[in-house]
Design a protein around this ligand. Structure first.
Ligand code: NCD
Length: 368
């Protein structure tokens, strides 16, 4: 019997797309930030904290390496990457999961004319998880739907898809914000809860190339889950955030404004999320005409910062984030790098259902 053709992602509603990517009401393939609700985000943030604590001693770190030593991961990264690639490899090492990589399709049978679809299907026979970075929007989702039709069920994690989404970056970003804005309640033990009102009344500014920056898109989706959050979109008019994101923000009744110059807004911000010009997507160098100075954070603005400001950047940075700010307590971008390793470990542990073993271990040895 012929299989019914799979509809292209664009023809499906977001809930249909999520249903195809989730299993047992939680993400199986991790492709879209909209797959995560508040409970799942909290679970992953707290699991990250536990893994971080457990890794602090030899006996704990050794315990973690037993959890997925019977599974294998493939990192199929055919777009440049430093942090995402290395933090996923570190996460695999933390969980004892052997991995392999394809970073240059020139070294694979794709040069003999094999399609990327066939390559992924081949990989699916050797590995138990595929982590993928790809320049084409929707490719990871298309592959996830394809793998759903195959006998061996294995998950895909999207490590960045074109200009569209970067859900694991958004998870590590929200984990960083959780660490910045959570204070332990009286008598609370172990890892603190992530309260529903954690971002109530907080202003989070997104700055720079918001049109083509996938990290911002994914983080906005996650933040919309939190009541009372305020957003500012600070970008040159030609690189402002796309209307689909604004429609989403409207649907969640989030208060937001468009701003044209970072200097006017910085004093009100609780977090500022800087991004670089994504000029690799230019058709004819058009963004070289943009004055990015108005969308840059410089040392002379430091007196305007709130004491608890979180300065964030997915990195790599260029001139939009002054390196003279690096040693301020408000600079959280190096923390983001390290948090990515814990969050990606937590995510893989959760997908393979070894999260309970980690929580049990934590509660037996570390929570007192
Ligand atoms: C980002 C990306 O690849 O989207 N980097 C990252 O994963 N930390 C941001 C960027 O390239 O500007």
């Amino acid at each position: 019997m012929l299989e019914a053709p799979v509809a292209e992602p664009e023809q499906r509603t977001t809930s249909q797309r999520i249903a195809a990517l989730n299993r047992h009401d939680k993400p199986f393939h991790v492709v879209l930030a909209q797959q995560f609700d508040r409970d799942q985000i909290e679970h992953l943030c707290r699991l990250s904290e536990m893994i971080r604590a457990i890794c602090g001693d030899r006996q704990g770190a050794q315990f973690l390496t037993t959890l997925l030593s019977h599974r294998r991961a493939m990192l199929y990264f055919i777009q440049p990457s430093t942090r995402t690639f290395l933090s996923f490899t570190a996460a695999c090492q933390i969980l004892g999961m052997p991995y392999n990589e394809v970073r240059n399709p020139q070294t694979s049978s794709e040069v003999k004319g094999e399609t990327e679809e066939d390559t992924i299907q081949v990989l699916s026979n050797y590995f138990d998880l595929i982590i993928m970075r790809h320049p084409v929007e929707g490719f990871a989702e298309r592959m996830a739907l394809k793998l759903n039709q195959m006998r061996r069920a294995l998950p895909i994690i999207n490590g960045g898809s074109g200009k569209d989404q970067h859900p694991t970056q958004a998870l590590l970003d929200i984990y960083t914000l959780y660490r910045c804005f959570t204070t332990r309640q009286n008598g609370e033990r172990g890892v603190p809860r992530m309260r529903e009102d954690i971002f109530a009344g907080k202003t989070i500014a997104f700055v720079g190339d918001l049109k083509r920056g996938r990290t911002v898109r994914s983080l906005v989706y996650l933040l919309c889950r939190y009541p009372g959050v305020r957003m500012q979109f600070i970008a040159p008019p030609e690189l402002q955030i796309e209307s689909d994101i604004i429609e989403y923000v409207d649907r969640y009744d989030v208060e937001y404004e468009f701003v044209d110059d970072l200097r006017h807004a910085i004093g009100d911000c609780d977090a500022v999320y800087m991004t670089r010009l994504q000029d690799e997507w230019d058709k004819a160098g058009e963004s070289s005409r943009i004055d990015y100075g108005r969308y840059s954070l410089t040392e002379d603005m430091a007196p305007l910062f709130k004491p608890g400001l979180a300065i964030m950047h997915p990195l790599p940075r260029r001139h939009e984030l002054d390196s003279r700010l690096d040693n301020l307590p408000q600079a959280k971008y190096w923390d983001q790098v390290r948090n990515g390793m814990w969050m990606r470990s937590a995510l893989i542990a959760d997908i393979f259902n070894v999260d309970t073993a980690i929580m049990d271990h934590y509660h037996s040895y570390y929570a007192y």
